[in-house]
Design a protein around this ligand. Sequence first.
Ligand code: AMP
Ligand code: MG
Length: 412
Amino acid sequence: MTTDRPAAKPMKSLDDALAQLLGYASMLDGAEQVGTFDADGRVLAQNLVSQLHVPPQDNSSMDGYALRCADVTDLAQALPVSQRIPAGSAGTNLAPMTVARIFTGAPIPPGADAVMMQEDCDVQPDGAVRVKVQPKPGQWIRRAGEDVTRGAVVLAKGARLTPAELGLAASIGMDFLSVARRPRVALFSTGDELVMPGAVAPQDMPPGAIYNSNRFFLKALLKRLGCEVSDLGIVPDRREATIAALRGAAVNHDVILTSGGVSVGEEDHIKPAVESLGHLDLWQIAIKPGKPFAYGRVAAAHFIGLPGNPVSSFVTFLLLVRPFLLKLQGVARLAPPVVAVRADFTWPRADRRREFLRVKRNAAGGLDLFANQSSGVLTSAVWGDGLVDNPLGSTIAPGDVVRFIPFSELMA
Ligand code: AMP
Ligand code: MG
């Protein structure tokens, strides 16, 4: 007798899964004020509009002499110094047929229209200055507002703040910034085989035990993305324990992130546990590594289940969880830049899933492939400096131009 089984639903493509996932990631409520010193990595919650010009006034970009070009008709003639303007002070009207001693950053005195750098001047024994070359109007002057004009939006809502942004915000006088609230993420690992480094020495590891590596990179990645992490440790492979952990994690967290236990084995309890408390909206994606990936809700919290295999966990985090967490904070730019680079390797077997291969740039400007692309080999992610995004059904031959996503972009 044959049983009629419903045809297996085709797995979601990465693009469809990501679009669906981002659809769930509405911005967290509640912005907060943080000191500009402490805002690195945070996301701006409102446009920053400048109340002033930067620089505030025309100023000298050299140590030298400010002068009126029209006064220089004869290079043999020396002009007396009528005032001295160090940075931080303001000069007065420049008397005709005189120059002003001026220093980098000092405001140009009214009447002057150029600066002569001191290397192009001869100071006479009486202190008067002879210029060696004819000055041109505007030379060595930094114009008011050439960096930022008053009223300009210097940083837009949704910008991720890096050190350069902090400097720019400070340059328009901002000592505090309004930023998105940090996502509160509960993190736990599943697996009875997992042992924490430090709990058992390597020589004493019982048969079947492995160290919990996912917990370390996931926590670090979450922190880099501005999250407040509650590390809930390791949950045993039991249905009740998994349910209890999820139920507890749903309180006071925006996101529950788990690794492992999300496949269909008898020891995989995540799927039924989430379904008993809430619902799963996304399950399994046609990528390699990383097919077991789940999204759902447990009470008010987002639930994201990552695969247990370390490389699968790592790659699905970078491709799916990273943009999700950034979108929760209102980040505008979510897709990492993809670079076209020459492959210096062969990838002879086409796969039915889209693959993300661990590769490294070589000195010849091409990409080398890590020899072992198994989803358990974390060395590939350390050796590599990025991923090749290989479309499903595609082989790669040396010389082919492939899509390369640098880890530096994915981990920022
Ligand atoms: P699972 O998805 O739970 O079936 O796990 C798949 C594979 O990943 C198994 O070989 C697990 O031992 C391994 N694994 C699961 N969780 C972790 C972890 N936190 N650290 C290292 N390896 C893990
Ligand atoms: Mg497991």
